[in-house]
Design a protein around this ligand. Structure first.
Ligand SMILES: [Zn+2]
Ligand SMILES: [Zn+2]
Length: 166
């Protein structure tokens, strides 16, 4: 399929290219982060997709991850559409107790029982003079700076959250 094919956007997506899949020499913690792709499991270190089969998660959990991804992806696209649903969608993404975030956190903690996993917390970085949060949106404690990764990330260990820190 050519990049220049004018009908490209109406075809099913191609598989994730291998250079967008984690190939870190060691296993790192994962983060559940929906980023317009099919696989929302990302590596905390390189930010790329982790092969789901490498995490030892069962079929039931895979179903849960896929269902959550469909819902998160829908809301994310409503936000990115920047039209009638934008404000509603931004609220659902940014409010840690919204249904989509509640379900995502439950799934992330189920993954965490098999493989260390954080839940990616959305902040709207598209605003002018974006300043990342410094306190956890759940427990309000000061976030920790994650050592490693390709950009600055902040975590709350007890709440299992990670978010952008720059
Ligand atoms: Zn990696
Ligand atoms: Zn917390």
């Amino acid at each position: 399929m050519s990049e220049n094919d004018p009908y490209r956007k109406l075809y099913p997506p191609s598989p994730t290219p291998t250079d967008e899949t984690c190939s870190c020499p060691a296993q790192h913690p994962a983060k559940l982060m929906c980023a317009l792709g099919y696989n929302p499991l990302h590596c905390m270190e390189c930010n790329k997709e982790i092969l789901p089969s490498s995490l030892g998660i069962g079929a039931t959990l895979v179903d849960g991850i896929a269902n959550w991804r469909a819902i998160y992806d829908a809301i994310d696209r409503l936000w990115l559409d920047s039209a009638e649903y934008e404000l509603w969608a931004e609220h659902e993404l940014a409010e840690i107790s919204s249904p989509v975030n509640r379900r995502g956190r439950e799934i992330s903690s189920a993954i965490n029982e098999q493989h260390k996993c954080y839940y990616w917390y959305f902040q709207n970085q598209s605003v002018d003079d974006f300043e990342p949060i410094s306190n956890c949106p759940v427990c309000e404690k000061l976030l920790d700076v994650y050592t490693g990764g390709i950009f600055r990330q902040l975590t709350c260990e007890p709440c299992g959250l990670v978010t952008v820190g720059e």
